[in-house]
Design a protein around this ligand. Structure first.
Ligand SMILES: Nc1nc2c(ncn2[C@@H]2O[C@H](COP(=O)(O)OP(=O)(O)OP(=O)(O)O)[C@@H](O)[C@H]2O)c(=O)[nH]1
Ligand SMILES: [Mg+2]
Length: 489
């Protein structure tokens, strides 16, 4: 039986056990959740760029950014057949709300509901991107003590309920102590401790890092690499990816009229254009003869940022990209969003079943502990047995142990181990350090080599205790890869 089936079967057992109690609906929901898209929460400090990143991932301007009372409410964006917004007021029945959209974010009419009385909003929106993952926009965390942060916190690390999110994207602009505290608290202790498996760090607003200079994105990449190597960060997130969400959002929703407006600047003599682009203030105020109102210029800045404006103008001038389509492609490329999509896919989406099972088993574990009844020990034991024996969980445990610095050995050996058990992604070629399109014989040969190598390491009396345990997990991973290849043949 695979992991999802085992999880389903233990959930069924629990449902029979808790039949007729108030927990039955919750257990039914846990079961349904296994078949739903992965739930990915986007969290981080106030104004880190969470809503903008969500829009970039959906390739549509759905989430309101900046002002508005709804940015202080946890909002779920899920795929569906109709366009609909539902409020979940605390202690009351959910109710549908009116909303409108004019060329921008969804504006919800709370219809008299006080934002602090609303636990969450659910926006249902037909969207390909949301079919892969339901995205949860969370209010910014100012400090762990403030009330709004409390709500984001409740969502990610609730005391008494299952974690509503299966995974989290945590936006960091700089490394801040609060961020680490928050992430540590989010990591539960049951499956392994501490646990970076379901969190990815994002160095957000990457274009602003070099104060808008054209090499900003390259600096951001260097900083992200350094952050990801920091042991304190590695303990709480799998990796750190630099992303300029604003560039990606604007690229996905670029209009011809925006391109035409920027072309006016690109067509200026070089010196005049450069002088205009020296600062945001100059860009808004100077050269009234340009034929752009200051409101239009402010709007361009809000959509592109100073870096984006400079980049587009430079690309137009050097004829790197001139049409809206070409510019959108370049902006997307520079934004880092495609890299993030790849990371999401290899670290989260390809591990969907594991992350889903993990959420369900953690919830079940909590239920049997807090609401024991006769027979619940057997369910708890089964949950524990799955967590201890299912190979994907063992991989995640070893991964966490490596990240926490508990598994030691030669750096290249530990790096190979980390990759083999899926640290860089769950796909077989990635695990073996091969290109994604490597053919089956090449993959089989590499898997065979790795298997032999790790068998030797596991049996070598000089191998440290932790590394030997980890080696046995790696051996299982190699055997699994070989078996899957065999099956394909
Ligand atoms: N230059 C630049 N600005 C960005 C980027 N992402 C977001 N912003 C701007 O930063 C401001 C805040 O962005 P939001 O997406 O609303 O940030 P948030 O984290 O959702 O904010 P709260 O929900 O209020 O905590 C807006 O003015 C965005 O335009 C980015 O990648 N680059
Ligand atoms: Mg927001």
């Amino acid at each position: 039986m695979n992991l999802l089936d085992r999880t389903r079967s233990v959930l069924d057992r629990a449902r029979q056990l808790y039949r007729g109690t108030g927990h039955e609906p919750r257990l039914a929901e846990m079961g349904e959740r296994l078949d739903e898209p992965l739930r990915v929460a986007i969290a981080g400090r106030v104004k880190a760029g969470k809503s903008t990143l969500l829009n970039a991932l959906v390739a549509d301007r759905l989430a309101p950014t900046d002002a508005g009372e709804c940015t202080r409410i946890v909002t779920w964006y899920q795929d569906g057949h109709t366009y609909q917004v539902t409020a979940h007021p605390r202690g009351e029945q959910p109710r549908q709300l009116r909303f409108h959209r004019d060329a921008g974010a969804i504006e919800v009419d709370l219809n008299g509901l006080a934002p602090e009385k609303v636990t969450s909003l659910t926006v249902t929106w037909p969207s390909q991107a949301l079919r892969t993952a339901t995205l949860i926009d969370t209010p910014g965390i100012g400090s762990l003590s403030d009330q709004v942060a409390g709500r984001a916190f409740e969502l990610l690390a609730p005391e008494d309920e299952e974690t509503p999110a299966d995974a989290v994207l945590y936006l960091l602009r700089h490394l801040h102590r609060n961020d680490l505290d928050f992430l540590r608290a989010f990591h539960d202790t049951e499956v392994s401790q501490p646990n970076p498996v379901n969190a990815i760090g994002i160095l957000s607003r990457a274009d602003e890092i070099g104060v808008g200079r054209l090499d900003s994105v390259a600096s951001a990449r260097r900083i992200a690499t350094r952050m990801a190597a920091d042991p304190n960060v590695r303990r709480v997130v799998q990796t750190v990816v630099p992303v300029a969400g604003l560039l990606a959002e604007t690229a996905a929703t670029l209009t011809e009229s925006e391109v035409a407006q920027l072309r006016k600047v690109a067509e200026l003599p070089v010196r005049e254009a450069e002088s205009l682009l020296l600062s945001a203030d100059r860009f808004v105020q100077q050269m009234p003869e340009l034929g752009l109102t200051s409101i239009e210029r402010e709007a361009l800045l809000a959509r592109f940022g100073m870096y984006g404006v400079r980049l587009v103008i430079s690309m137009m001038r050097h004829k790197v990209a001139t049409t809206a389509t070409e510019l959108a492609a370049e902006l997307t490329d520079r934004s880092g969003i495609s890299d993030l999509r790849e990371v999401l896919s290899s670290l989260f989406f390809e591990r969907r079943d594991v992350l889903k099972s993990r959420s369900a088993l953690l919830a079940l574990d909590r239920l049997t502990r807090t609401e024991p009844r006769s027979g619940s020990e057997a369910v708890a034991a089964e949950v524990e047995e799955i967590i201890a024996s299912a190979h994907p969980f063992r991989e995640l445990q070893v991964l966490s142990a490596i990240r926490a610095g508990w598994v030691t050995g030669k750096p290249d050996v530990v790096a190979e181990l980390e990759r083999l058990i899926g640290g860089a992604g769950a796909a077989t070629p990635l695990r073996l350090g091969l290109p994604a399109d490597a053919d089956d014989p090449t993959v089989a040969a590499a898997a065979g080599d790795a298997l032999a190598r790790w068998q030797r390491r596991a049996e070598n009396p000089l191998t440290g205790h932790e590394l030997a345990i980890a080696a046995r997990v790696a051996i299982r991973s190699c055997e699994g890869m070989l078996a899957a290849l065999q099956e394909r043949r």
